[in-house]
Write a protein that binds this ligand. Structure first.
Ligand SMILES: Nc1ncnc2c1ncn2[C@@H]1O[C@H](COP(=O)(O)OP(=O)(O)OP(=O)(O)O)[C@@H](O)[C@H]1O
Length: 253
């Protein structure tokens, strides 16, 4: 089985508004996969569906060889972790208690969990906040804490929705190092981000979501060819073809 995720015929609407239509996507196992698209394209909706937080109307989703349905949902959730936007945290816990709670749920080895936790907190500059309540943390620290929790659950597939938003440049570098290590250990990583420079140098395959479907799938061969002459931002603009504003629309400014 080559694919970590396979989606066919997916439909998702909010009321009468379709967000994903006849949506298809296959994410290769072990890939660091970048999902990009304009604001409102449906990236978070897709991540919400794949992590079992959102319902969908129709379609077939296979995650790690199992169909996403009521029967398999728990087993799939054990193998999957996510950092959502905004991150899902227990506001009244301390960082320490929250991470221990996650380790309890995922049955992380009690012998090694404290050492793993301490090293992640230190590496990402969170040690001083270990005993602070989560609702007192800054936006970036909250996101990094959510990232630590996701990694401590030892996932086979990791979903990261806007993981680098609010994160300082040093921590971004360290998160990238962690993600590269996870990939070496066989983890499949799906990232949404508007920071295309990071997507460009971190991801293997990249897909552009627009008009309810994937309008371009750039595997490494395609990327090599296209990126001879253009940056990922330019390729993105070419595919998405945003209407140019009328002349002087800002003349009042
Ligand atoms: N709970 C909801 N109820 C109704 N419409 C929603 C809901 N959540 C999202 N939408 C709409 O669905 C569409 C896709 O939203 P989504 O947040 O998935 O896009 P996105 O690609 O993640 O956007 P962004 O890049 O701005 O984060 C948008 O038009 C949004 O307004």
């Amino acid at each position: 089985m080559e694919e970590a995720i396979q989606i066919e015929g997916l439909q998702k609407s909010y009321g009468n508004t379709a967000v994903l239509q006849n949506f298809e996507l296959a994410v290769p196992r072990g890939n660091i996969f970048g999902l990009i698209g304009p604001n409102g394209a449906g990236k978070s909706t897709l991540i919400g569906i794949l992590t079992g937080l959102l319902d969908y109307d129709e379609g077939e989703i296979i995650i790690n060889g199992r169909e996403l349905n009521e029967q398999n949902e728990l087993m799939i959730k054990r193998e999957v972790a996510s950092v959502l936007q905004p991150p899902l945290l227990f506001e009244h816990f301390t960082s320490h208690d929250f991470l221990h709670y996650i380790c309890d749920i995922y049955e992380t080895d009690p012998e090694t969990r404290q050492q793993k936790m301490d090293s992640l907190l230190e590496y990402l500059g969170l040690t001083e906040f270990e005993h602070a309540k989560i609702n007192k943390l800054s936006a970036g620290s909250r996101k990094k804490l959510s990232f630590c929790a996701a990694i401590l659950s030892d996932p086979k597939i990791l979903f990261l929705d806007e993981p680098f938003e609010s994160i300082d440049v040093i921590s971004i570098g360290r998160m990238k190092t962690i993600l590269n290590r996870l990939q070496q250990n066989g983890v499949t990583i799906i990232i949404t981000s508007h920071i295309l420079e990071i997507v460009e140098n971190l991801c293997d395959d990249i897909a552009i979501l627009h008009n309810q479907k994937i309008i371009a799938y750039l595997d490494s061969e395609t990327r090599k060819e296209l990126q001879k002459d253009a940056s990922l931002s330019e390729i993105f603009e070419n595919y998405v073809q945003v209407e140019q504003p009328k002349n002087d629309v800002l003349k009042w400014l």
